[in-house]
Design a protein around this ligand. Structure first.
Ligand code: NDP
Length: 494
């Protein structure tokens, strides 16, 4: 896991644009990976360079920023991408990729230890983290390589928007016809006394070993995923959830079955909790909380808070530009990703939209197409497939039962079908863990409005089901489509 550069380091590295050779050496000394790439020769001039002109500056080298920059450059735009850290952003370094790989390791560990207990089949954290880091390094190099091949110039450093159409990186100023902010988000701090003591999901991927016990605070995507992954690596996990259920934006039947599954796998789930204080003594943490007005506490070797992610909007000079912000503190944009400042756009997690990698990528590609000449089709952001990579995993697309009833106005206008079954995979592993498939229909037309699945195959099934939903699939289509046997997906057909 590459360490985040301090701003002082980042500034030093940014000044490479003025004297690349000397600064490249200095940057190597402070441990930067690739101080600057594709710097044009003319920037070696000793005199302060006049602001050079480009068509687009993208601030942020995560999934959204990379997609925007590559698409714009492929359309002929002279494109600069500024990133203060390693290319790849949260998804590659602190999110989707390392999380999913750790989850594979954890699943294999539990399958091997159940089925091959007599041979002592085992996957441990230190082994898994080596595999994860190797893949993250491969992806980082591949992202940079593909940006180069597309003709994008990468500058490393902190970008500040000095004025509309003007971006400052260290000593260099670049004038750009368009600017796209794609700076992502960071873990929300826990605002209670001692809140600064807790780890966040960013830290987990840097752990060289796992704690013996852990308190996880939160009931959303990250809290559930990390509780599930770490429990399978042998950590004793207490999950403190402030609601009376997990995953408040998912279907209630799926959330309830998932809570039961996590409990069965040893996670102690505590609902209706409010954390009040965190303290540290004798090598352990104590988390004090109230539950239904009763004071409680739990001790553990580590505490992880996953209570949402706040948009990265600080230090960009946005306040001085009178930018408007949404309720979540993200940059407010219209349907064409325009901010309130002409020529300044924003996409992805730093805005007030859904914080999902494919959403940022779709927004960035569409925006680059629009800005540089080609009118592309926007992905349908009404039908967003999503997954929680716990064990079992959750996959969902479309309306939950509660959302469908609210949209229809009356419960009788909505019909649901729910199937609970034990998959062959779980039978083989000797586990009676039920899978749950729930479909939500328009009662009159039979049109499928939502699919909510709990099974390790759920994310893969839901990806294809998103297409079916967009094409208006009905109950009758599902009944008359031949099932593929033996799969878990066949439970949706026939
Ligand atoms: P989520 O918004 O998913 O969940 C936040 C959780 O924390 C909710 O249960 C929320 O409760 C709770 N919470 C909020 N404030 C507090 C507080 N002060 N004390 C205790 N609990 C609190 O955020 P995450 O951090 O899990 O993830 C951030 C985003 O990243 C997600 O929304 C998702 O978009 C994205 N993500 C996607 C993944 C995927 O696609 N698999 C994986 C990881 C992240 P309440 O419900 O009451 O608000």
């Amino acid at each position: 896991m590459p360490k985040r550069q301090s701003s002082a380091q980042a500034e030093t590295i940014a000044s490479t644009a003025v004297a690349p050779v000397r600064e490249k050496r200095r940057a190597r000394e402070v441990g930067a990976e690739t101080p600057i790439e594709n710097v044009p020769r003319r920037t070696r001039a000793r005199r302060p360079a006049k602001p050079r002109e480009v068509d687009l500056v993208v601030i942020g080298g995560g999934s959204g920023g990379v997609a925007t920059a590559r698409r714009a450059a492929s359309l002929g735009a002279r494109t600069v991408l500024v990133e203060r850290d390693a290319i790849g952003g949260t998804c590659v370094h602190r999110g989707c990729v390392p999380k999913k790989m750790l989850s594979y390791g954890a699943s294999w560990a539990s399958i091997l230890s159940t089925c091959l207990s007599h041979t002592g089949g085992k996957e441990d954290w230190s082994d898994a983290i080596v595999r994860v880091n190797a893949e993250v390094a491969r992806l980082t190099a591949s992202f940079s390589q593909r940006l180069h091949e597309s003709g994008v110039e990468i500058l490393h450093g902190d970008a500040e928007i000095a004025a509309p159409g003007e971006v400052r990186i260290g000593n260099e100023t670049i004038r750009a016809r368009k600017i796209v902010v794609a700076t992502g988000a960071h873990p929300r701090p826990l605002e209670v006394p001692g809140g600064e003591l807790v780890s966040t999901s960013d830290d987990v991927f840097t752990w060289q070993s796992v704690p013996g016990s852990l308190v996880v605070i939160g009931g959303g995507y990250i809290a559930v995923e990390q509780a599930s992954i770490l429990a399978r690596y042998g950590v004793k996990v207490d999950l403190l959830v402030r609601e009376d259920r997990l995953l408040s934006r998912f279907d209630h039947d799926i959330a309830q079955s998932l809570a039961e599954a996590l409990t069965r796998k040893g996670v102690r789930v505590h609902f209706n909790t409010a954390v009040t204080l965190i303290s540290q003594a004798n090598g352990a943490y104590e988390v004090c909380y109230t539950q239904n007005d009763r004071k409680q506490s739990v001790r553990a070797q580590a505490v992880l808070a996953a209570i949402g992610r706040d948009p990265n909007v600080q230090g960009l000079g946005l306040e001085a530009l009178d930018i408007e912000f949404g309720d979540n503190g993200g940059i407010r944009v219209d349907r064409q990703f325009r901010t309130s400042v002409r020529g300044l756009h924003a996409i992805g997690d730093c805005t007030d939209s859904l914080q999902l990698t494919p959403v940022a990528v779709a927004q960035g590609r569409w925006l680059a197409d629009r800005l540089f000449g080609k009118r592309g089709d926007m992905a349908d952001l009404e039908v967003v497939p999503t997954a929680v990579f716990s064990e079992p995993a959750v996959g969902a697309v479309g309306l939950t039962e509660a959302e469908a009833i609210e949209a229809a106005g009356k419960p009788e206008r909505i019909r649901t079908e729910i199937r609970r079954f034990v998959s062959l995979e779980n039978r083989f592993g000797g586990m009676a863990q039920p899978s749950v498939f729930k479909l939500v229909f328009n009662a009159r037309s039979g049109r499928v409005l939502g699919a909510h699945l709990l099974d390790n195959a759920a994310p893969e099934i839901v990806q294809v089901f998103a297409l079916a939903l967009r094409l208006g699939v009905k109950a009758s289509h599902l009944k008359t489509t031949l099932a593929l046997h033996p799969t878990v997906a066949e439970e949706l057909f026939g």
